[in-house]
Design a protein. Sequence first.
Length: 191
Amino acid sequence: MEKLAKIEKTIEVVKVDNKEITIINNFLDSDEINAFYEYVSDLSFVKKEKDDEYDEYPIFSVDFIPEEFINDTFIGIKIKEYLQSINMFDQFLLYRSSINMSHYGDVEFPHYDCPIDRKDITVLLYVNNKWDYKWGGETLFYESHDSKAAVLPKPGRLVIFPGNIEHLGGVPTRICKASRFSLALKFAYIK
């Protein structure tokens, strides 16, 4: 069987509220996407993930031990190596690693991953091995309670953004029969 040509990473930076959101397309190759998707599809999810303490509509999620995830999984190691290559890793400490699963009919709310005065970052990896743009599910980023950027959950796409940007993980549209999976790594700024 002939192997497909490797697709190069492309990096796009958008600004919301003068803060950079870095979007890395093709962060994973197709074999990595499929392997991680198969792994995630077999996990046992619990309906507990809330956008804030007042959220009455939790979605399904699964948590990992942060240190083990970043050091012992091929996805964690690849993200760590990338953050090291751009001189970001040593400035942050991973304190939470989880995968969220949402479906049509779920509810998500705009939220922050850290207080406004913090310099923490969030790294999102879209896990699905296929995604049609008609299925929606975009991550929306807000400035002054108005949407300013939308990022489609394309397979293998990595997004790095300050945790103090208000955002929302969009739910799939009615025509989507697939679960929407996203890996969320939350890093506290320590320097």
